[in-house]
Ligand binder design. Structure first.
Ligand code: 3HC
Length: 324
């Protein structure tokens, strides 16, 4: 039962919330919710939104260098989708009482987290394939269960996001398949990209369960449906089959299916590297934040114009109301 430390007899509001949890029902913005539930949702949803926005950078840097018009159009569509995902998620977060400016300030000041994965460089065109296939593949693995998150706006945003993610992963898989069936140099480029993106994509799922302070409560509150390790091993199981079709290999000789636990096992991950990236000392942290700050400054005139227009419209409406 999802209760918090407190008086033995729950208040009617807490009892209603506990009933929603116990019956695996949806919590909506107008429902009462424990402060801690609101806080962890704001934390996760705003970070998710930041990840989508920052995640546009590695790929948008390659739009002008796409090898064909078709690839350029597909990559542009994907990057635009990510922007949309960020907007859905900021809107979901705003229903919890934090406004977009506050969230944007937290990101730009470096206070807010976003996914570790986007602090790695996209060195070649093959990285567009590895990001689509591995990073969006991991995102799908993580986001499909979130479609059933107890908080309504989050779960519903995820349904739309997941539909678009499958296109994202498919186009990445196709890029790698083309390269893997191309010249030996192209196949080497594809394998190099998979080698560089494999471990960081496994770390996207978060630290090992024993080091995951938020997981237990998030699972009690039906936000998280599976633990970090559970989703990570599922993802490995999906990639193991798909990499065979690509004719490439995963850079992990320790991958095996454990017949006893019925789970996939993988080699050790560098959690010190993970902590360094989370601390802002990853390969591209500074560059990503600087770019975001620049984009925010460049867009100031749009925000000012929209605010001035909104103010003019409301003044006009007030005059019309007074005249009526
Ligand atoms: N990157 C950055 N921070 C991470 C992280 C990662 N990959 N994994 C964990 N962390 C942080 C957590 O935020 C938490 O710090 P905090 O308490 O200061 O917020 C700390 O590390 C401990 O981790 P926990 O496992 O206790 O935290 P969670 O229970 O929140 O689990 C999570 C982490 C699995 C990332 C979870 O927040 C989640 O599922 N988030 C939604 C999915 C998401 O954000 N995906 C990001 C990628 S978006 C994307 O891929 C776009 C696609 O289109 C490419």
């Amino acid at each position: 039962m999802a209760t918090q430390q407190g008086p033995t007899t729950p208040t009617p509001e807490q009892a209603h919330f506990d009933h929603l949890m116990a019956t695996d029902s949806r919590v909506e913005p107008r429902d009462w919710m424990p402060d801690a539930y609101r806080k962890t949702l704001l934390r996760q949803i705003s970070q998710h939104a930041h990840s989508e926005i920052i995640g546009m950078q590695p790929e948008s840097n390659w739009i002008s260098r796409a090898p064909s018009l078709k690839r350029k159009a597909i990559l542009m569509a994907k990057v635009q989708d990510e922007a949309g995902h960020g907007l859905y998620l900021y809107s979901a977060a705003e229903t919890l009482g934090q406004n977009r400016d506050q969230m944007m300030d937290a990101l730009i000041s470096g206070k807010a987290r976003y996914s570790s994965i986007f602090n790695y460089p996209a060195r070649t065109w093959a990285d567009m394939g590895a990001i689509g296939w591995l990073v969006d593949g991991a995102a799908i693995c993580n986001q499909v269960p979130l479609c059933r998150a107890s908080y309504g706006p989050y779960g519903r945003a995820m349904v739309r996001v997941c539909k678009e993610e499958s296109f994202h992963q498919r186009q990445g898989f196709e890029i790698l398949l083309e390269l893997a069936n191309g010249t030996s140099a192209q196949k080497r480029m594809a394998q190099d990209a998979v080698n560089r993106w494999y471990a960081p994509s496994l770390m996207m799922f978060g630290p090992p369960d024993d080091d995951s302070p938020n997981s237990r409560q998030s699972m009690v509150w039906n936000i998280k449906r599976f633990s970090n390790d559970e989703l990570r091993q599922r993802f490995v199981g999906m990639m193991v089959e798909q990499v065979k079709v690509l004719g490439l290999t995963l850079p992990d000789p320790d991958i095996r299916f454990n017949e006893d636990t019925k789970k996939w096992e993988h080699g050790p991950l560098d959690w010190e590297e993970f902590k360094e990236v989370l601390a802002g000392r990853g390969p591209c942290n500074a560059q990503r934040l600087e770019r975001r700050r620049q984009a925010h400054d460049d867009g100031a005139w749009v925000r000012e114009a929209a605010a001035a227009y909104a103010q003019k419209q409301s003044a006009k409406a007030a005059l019309q109301e007074a005249a009526a």
